[in-house]
Design a protein around this ligand. Sequence first.
Ligand SMILES: [Mg+2]
Length: 256
Amino acid sequence: MGGPAILALDFDGVLCDGIREYFESAWRTYRRLRPGTPPAPPRGLVERFARLRPLVESGWEMPVLIHALRAGASPASLARDWRPDAWLTDLGGAREPVAAELDRVREEWIGEDEAGWLASHGFYPGVIERLRGLAGGPVRVVVLTTKEGRFARMLLARQGLTLGAADVCGKEARRPKRTILLELIAGGDAARVWFVEDRLRTLQDVAREPGLAGVRLFLATWGYNTAADRAAARRDGRILPLTLARFARDFPRWIT
Ligand SMILES: [Mg+2]
């Protein structure tokens, strides 16, 4: 059939555009880490944050990115050399507590205003229809996300998509995507797994793993990546840039 047996999909930036939610949750988290910060973000911060979102791998980096921007780091220098751990230290935090605070902020937001929280996310055009078309078919769809799996599950369920318990692997799995992909292959044929991700560095990390040599890797060009990332993918023999229009089409069209 010319398609995968397992289609592994990143969530944020591949299926879901939650930039409004990311900023709002990150801002609320930042204010808890820096009490005394005024409630309203300074002008232009949302836009700068959105432009730099491709730098972020895990949620804890989002309030840290806000800190770096508020501390006066230039967006160009951050884009060139993003050092989240150094900025985290500067903020006086540590990964686990910052990540836990972000999850708490989300839980509280959902508790207070679930409709508002859901509405601050959007799915990219055609993505839900494509997943619905795969439901019940031979291709197993697995979502790999660095956010808590339950948040991704809630957003998918809202669209009428219920994946199996093992088919949404979130932060709680505590393993990098590369490791989860190895587990999905489980000694079988790696070429049967296709992986769509919007973060170039994650794809490069997967490409370095010998056990994943056969996995087809796609950079979602509609997600959180830069023109430089997309150009790098075009030069890369292993990683294929994939447009949203192609994502909506049959699998053979992804690779021709
Ligand atoms: Mg992503």
